[in-house]
Design a protein around this ligand. Structure first.
Ligand code: FES
Length: 109
């Protein structure tokens, strides 16, 4: 078993089998990582692996649509696309604190 610590959720720590999907663990254990599609499309499940990045599997092409090389270096992953083979700690920005999806600024008339 591995341990997953949900930093943004009061450091809630749970156990899960190896090779678990991060979003599935969050759903099962009420870890609290935000999500919508569960399929790598929406970008909602963006989170940061604060420790244990070595315990995550390879970055998927779908993740690269949401994350820059810089983001990846800093430990950002899409939870629904990430599988775990060791202990990790994960944080995220709560939905309420996120700015609306960036859109091109409205042009003044
Ligand atoms: S939940 Fe939509 S990309 Fe992960």
């Amino acid at each position: 078993m591995i341990q997953v610590t949900f930093i943004t959720n009061d450091n809630k720590t749970v156990s899960a089998p190896e090779n678990s999907n991060l979003l599935r663990v969050s759903l099962r254990e009420q870890g609290g990582i935000p999500f919508k599609c569960g399929g790598g499309i929406c970008g909602t499940c963006r989170c940061r692996i604060e420790s244990g990045l070595d315990h995550t599997d390879a970055v998927k092409p779908k993740e690269r649509k949401h994350l820059s090389e810089d983001d990846l270096q800093q430990g950002y992953r899409m939870a629904c696309q990430t599988f775990l083979n060791g202990d990790v700690s994960v944080s995220w920005i709560p939905l309420a604190d996120r700015r609306p999806a960036s859109r091109p600024a409205a042009t003044e008339p």
